[in-house]
Write a protein of this length. Sequence first.
Length: 352
Amino acid sequence: MSNTRRSKRVHPGWYFGGLVLAVPAAAALTVLLWPQLFGLQRMFPFAQAVSFRMVATLSLAFALVILGLLMVPSPRLRGLLAAGTVVVAVATTASAAVVLSRGVNTVLEPTGADGSVRVLAWNTLGNEPGSPTIADLALEYRADVVMLPETTQDMGLEIAGLMKAEGRPMWVLSNTGAPGYRAAETTLLVSVELGEYELNESLGDTEKLATVIAEPVSGDGPTLIATHPIAPVHREMAVWNRDLEWLSTVCRGDTIIAGDFNATLDHLAGLADGDVPGAQLGACRDAALDAGAAAVGTWPSGRPPLVGTPIDHVMYTSQWEVTGFEVIARDELDGSDHRPVFAELSRTTNHE
């Protein structure tokens, strides 16, 4: 009997070995899941690793199940894997909490409030959905502002013509970082009901893919910014950082900014004006976060929304609040690798 009992005891060395393995695992998971704690959120490869937070959370949950199954038959493995399993469980729970706190709702029904501005943003992958599809979507959502990265001025004029035929005339303003290259061009459509708008080129631009800054000539509308920072591929990390830092300087005053930011909220950490409550970039808040939808992926469109990455945003300064929001996930909206994002923004009487 005593020999049997002794055979079931696990030597303390197994627990010690497990602890030795668990410490670097905890450090690695912390850096990969929360690189902003160390100022690494916009550095390669940490920026890429944190882009798909839901995928990381699900992967950790799967790893937790595997660890549990490995521990069942063997007391020695239980000793070796116990500390690591606790580390993975804590990381899974914490990452899931971040996802849930940002929100997984795909739709916040718009209120139709008087004086609201309805914004539609869609990276069209170089005009690929075609002007009828884009115009129909803008008309369906009664968009006052349509922000279209990777969309040429010619396509914008076609869209505006189709919308005008349906009683919705629009101003068309475009900018390009590389003439003749569709992906480098960004086009902004503004309803004439908001007053006349004109380009402001004095504030600068994203470096390789264009940003459109439009300011009202008449009326009391906000500054409108349709943006497209470069993607954070290895060779463009420095440009991507400069693009995001520049955007934080123009997201001020009375502004609505939208488009393909090629950045999640994790990447934007450290770029907010600390004097503006709730700001995520400069003085701007994120509509998806305020609407409880900031964990819903917008790219790539071929994946379910909850396992994509939320890199397309609508943001605004404190003169506005979100009263409607949607990541538009429809199979018939093919052609682009991004999902359109819609937000209804209404004036607020209390702002910084």
